[in-house]
Design a protein around this ligand. Structure first.
Ligand SMILES: Cc1ncc(COP(=O)(O)O)c(C=O)c1O
Length: 491
């Protein structure tokens, strides 16, 4: 029971701090339990000592505003050193330059803005710019396309779930400004053939961005362990930029990614300068205005405290957990890991039509696991971190049991989330799905939404089920209308 009754306004007088802290503690109890390894994305936790240390680094700069590096040269030093360390890690030379951003999405947004503006300046006859991305590329590129008015053209995958570079070549046209590859991609953890993309970049004189948001702090170390990691970084001369997140496998505090460019001839297009503002000349390297210095300081502290051998050790252990998980999953009758993941992210599907993976996901959630579902093909996703060391065995045991129940009770596939996710994945009219999801967001962000008392998941799920029912109804209506029309034509 909440001690505070929210009535839509500021409390007339402030509440007691202790009471507020205990209210927050109580409210938090229904959140995803990442400390016990129940989440397979969202949180990258190394250990409690490390957490306490980066919190301290963060709070040392909690109030400093990184909007103005001139005022806080210590933060500028950390940014410079973090950028240099990342450039070095990813095969860059001393010409490589970059900035710290708030996360992978911001790094990607900025790269697309920079390439768009560069192309506008250098290619006088450019009409509507486009970029060619693998089908698996992170949705941040869709966001960038949306925000910066660049068309996004999706290339299909080959049999290894990597981008089909022959298809990429066919998609390049005179308005193409950029090629993109992932190392690795989020959905399957596979690494695109960056060398082949580099050959295309050279042939068509195009820049090439590699999204290593998730792989930047893992692949270099996995390679050092002697595992097969294809070339993916600045060592390929045609790679002109890379995004790499320190707040993922770099185990920094949230709010730290790095965008790197081959040289200043690219980075300079990221900057915005307003020389006529009454408030003074304003120069901005990234999307943000005001921004805490905490995440910059914590990124520097995390990297310096873990160090190269620390990251190699983390990679060794996390890879070992991942291999055990993938072996365990492949050993469960009906389940199969997709493709050939190169590091610690993977997805698995059901190869048995009698076994519904979304029903398995529902059963896993009943056991407290927070499961990420994917579509095309329907699959379940996992991003493994060192925090799963003590929990992966339980995940496998629960998964085995969930699969056995899902087989015994095939009706589960027609109920709850399983039915809804299955349906959403299958509806051929994707515009319908998009419109319904937009409506769901409007409901979620409406001024009346006060359903936070239940767990976030159940709000999400109720709305999502509601969405499924509505969509099914609109879909069958549209289908009937189309059938009617076709019959009319035939008649
Ligand atoms: C491959 C890849 N790129 C980009 C991003 C976006 O990163 P962020 O969530 O930090 O914005 C992610 C996030 O998981 C990712 O996996």
């Amino acid at each position: 029971m909440s001690a505070i009754r929210f009535n839509g306004s500021l409390p007339l007088t402030g509440h007691d701090r202790e009471m507020l802290l205990s209210e927050m503690h109580a409210t938090k109890q229904k959140d995803a339990n990442w400390r016990e390894g129940k989440t397979w994305s969202l949180v990258y936790h190394k250990d409690q000592q490390h957490e306490a240390f980066i919190k301290q680094a963060y709070s040392n700069y909690f109030s400093e505003n990184y909007m103005n590096p001139m005022a806080f040269p210590s933060l500028r030093r950390y940014e410079h050193e973090v950028v240099r360390m990342c450039a070095n890690l990813l095969g860059g030379d001393s010409d490589v330059v970059g900035t710290i951003t708030s996360g992978g999405t911001e790094s990607i947004l900025l790269a697309i803005k920079a390439y768009r503006d560069r192309a506008r300046e250098k290619r006088k006859f450019l009409r509507r710019p486009n970029m060619i991305v693998p089908k698996t590329v992170h949705v941040a590129f869709d966001k960038a396309a949306h925000y910066f008015d660049v068309d996004i053209i999706r290339a299909p995958l080959d049999e290894n779930m990597c981008v089909d570079t022959i298809a990429v070549e066919k998609l390049i046209n005179r308005n193409t400004i950029l090629l993109i590859g992932s190392a690795p991609n989020y959905p399957y953890g596979t690494v695109d053939d960056i060398t082949a993309l580099g050959r295309l970049a050279k042939k068509f004189k195009l820049p090439l961005h590699v999204d290593a948001c998730v792989g930047g702090f893992m692949l270099p170390f996995v390679r050092e362990l002697g595992q097969d990691v294809p070339a993916f970084d600045f060592k390929i001369p045609e790679v002109t930029s890379m995004s790499v997140d320190v707040h993922k496998y770099g185990y920094a505090a949230k709010g730290a990614s790095v965008i790197l460019y081959k040289n200043m001839d690219y980075l300079k297009y990221q900057f915005v300068v307003c020389s006529d503002w009454c408030g003074g000349v304003y120069a901005s390297p990234t999307l943000h205005g005001t921004r805490s210095g905490g995440s910059v300081a914590a990124a520097w502290a995390a990297m310096n405290s873990i160090g190269h051998t620390g990251y190699v050790d983390l990679a060794r252990e996390t890879m070992s957990i991942t291999e055990k998980l993938m072996l365990g999953i492949n050993a469960i009758d009906g389940l199969e890991v997709i493709g050939n993941p190169k590091m610690t992210i993977f997805a698995y599907l059901s190869k048995d039509e009698k076994l519904n993976v979304f029903a398995v996901a529902d059963l896993m959630e009943k056991k407290g696991w927070h499961i990420d579902r994917q579509q095309k093909p329907n699959s379940l996703h996992a991003m493994v971190t060192i925090n799963h060391k003590m929990h992966y065995q339980k995940y496998l045991d629960d998964l085995r049991e969930a699969v056995s129940i899902a087989r015994q009770q095939p009706d589960l596939a027609q109920q709850g989330n399983a039915a809804m996710y299955g349906m959403v994945a299958q509806v051929p009219l994707r515009g319908l799905v998009k419109n319904n999801v937009l409506k769901m967001m409007e409901t979620m962000y409406s001024s009346e939404n006060n359903t936070f008392g239940s767990s976030l998941d159940s709000i999400g799920n109720n709305k999502v089920i509601d969405l499924g029912v509505k969509m099914l109804a609109s879909y069958s209506k549209a289908k009937n209308r189309l059938n009617g029309l076709l019959n009319g034509i035939k008649g």
